[in-house]
Design a protein around this ligand. Structure first.
Ligand SMILES: O=CC(=O)O
Length: 342
């Protein structure tokens, strides 16, 4: 009997245990112990994982063994052909280093969009209305002495305001669809390229980032993190924004230069922020969390049972497709099947 290919799952299994069990029909699946750290992982890649063909990994893997950067990729055994990443954002993997090794990288586009957009809208309204500050003041027992809203600053309504969506991919468009009934005066977007009129749905494309930020009352960050978006929102760009701008980020923390954001929160230029992602997760600058006008959540954009299951399913489907056809289903956009002679 020929040996089944070894598949390594480095992420905790959440709702998809059956999917991994079913994969055992065609593969030997090994779930990495949660106590494995980077040093142990590198040892195991040379030992018990040395014939591994595919790896299912994700965000929690970063906390366990760190990024799949050039150094870690150099330790992957030659047998590795597929990495299936659990998440739409795949910035934790060095795509160039994987491509050089001929390793296909798949991500989870689409299945995360609804849950992330829901989170984004929650943060947008919460920041515009200072809901976290009201909650903090309520818990501090301030209501009886401070009156309306337990003393928190009165918020702003969407009506008549300009919403700017930075990155009008699948998540940005789902955010747009959810807020259309809220009555923003105008929705503008900045993107790598202009969308077709059907996808644009009446939103206005601004092709210059400085002009885009100068017009927006609320800026929603929905682009991926990569070399060209790292610190895209920096001190200089904050300076070009409107006084009292509201910032929402469910993309990646490092798209914003966090120390610049703190400076502009301190000065009051930023009226409020709704943040699900941070530059050095899982560590968050404590000053950022102390601002009562910052509504923060710990990267829970995709955290629903359904979305976690759907992501795990796509991770397994990508591995299954790789093992049976030689081609993952959702290869990341910066790798092309042609690059692999497929
Ligand atoms: O952060 C979540 C994702 O990348 O899907």
């Amino acid at each position: 009997m020929t040996k089944k290919p070894l598949v390594l799952h480095t992420e905790p299994t959440t709702f998809g245990q059956q999917l991994w069990d079913d994969l055992e029909e065609i593969a030997e699946v090994v779930h990495m112990p949660e106590t494995t750290d980077r040093e142990q992982f590198i040892k195991d890649l040379k030992g018990k994982y040395s014939e591994c063909v595919a790896i299912g990994r994700g965000y929690i893997t970063n906390h366990r063994v760190g990024l799949f950067d050039e150094e870690l990729i150099s330790h992957l055994p030659p047998s590795v052909a597929y990495i299936s990443h659990q998440g739409a954002g795949y910035d934790a993997n060095d795509v160039a280093a994987l491509s050089k090794r001929g390793i296909q990288l798949a991500n989870c586009p689409g299945v995360v969009s609804a849950a992330t957009a829901d989170t984004n809208v929650f943060l947008m309204l919460g920041a515009m209305r200072n809901f976290d500050s009201s909650r903090r003041n309520l818990e501090a027992g301030m209501w009886p002495t401070t009156g309306s809203g337990a003393g928190s600053k009165i918020g702003i309504s969407p009506q008549g305001k300009v919403l700017g969506i930075l990155g009008m991919g699948a998540i940005g468009r789902e955010v747009r669809d959810r807020v259309l009934p809220f009555g923003f005066g105008k929705i503008i977007y900045y993107n790598r390229s202009r969308l077709s009129p059907e996808l644009e749905k009446g939103c206005e494309y601004i092709d210059n980032l400085d002009d885009f930020v100068a017009q927006a009352d609320v800026i929603s960050i929905n682009c991926p993190l990569n070399k060209s978006t790292f610190h895209l929102v920096d001190d200089a760009l904050f300076s070009k924004m409107k006084e009292g701008v509201v910032i929402v980020n469910t993309g990646r923390g490092a798209i914003i230069d966090e120390s610049a954001m703190i400076k502009h929160l301190r000065s009051g230029k930023i009226r409020a922020a709704g943040l699900d992602v941070f530059e050095n997760e899982p560590y968050v600058n404590t000053e950022l969390l102390q601002f009562e006008n910052v509504l923060a959540t710990p990267h829970v954009g995709t955290s629903t049972e359904q979305t976690f299951y759907d992501m795990e399913k796509l991770v397994v489907d990508n591995i299954r497709a790789g093992l049976t056809t030689g081609k993952v289903l959702t290869l990341v956009p910066d790798q092309k099947f042609e690059d692999f002679g497929l």
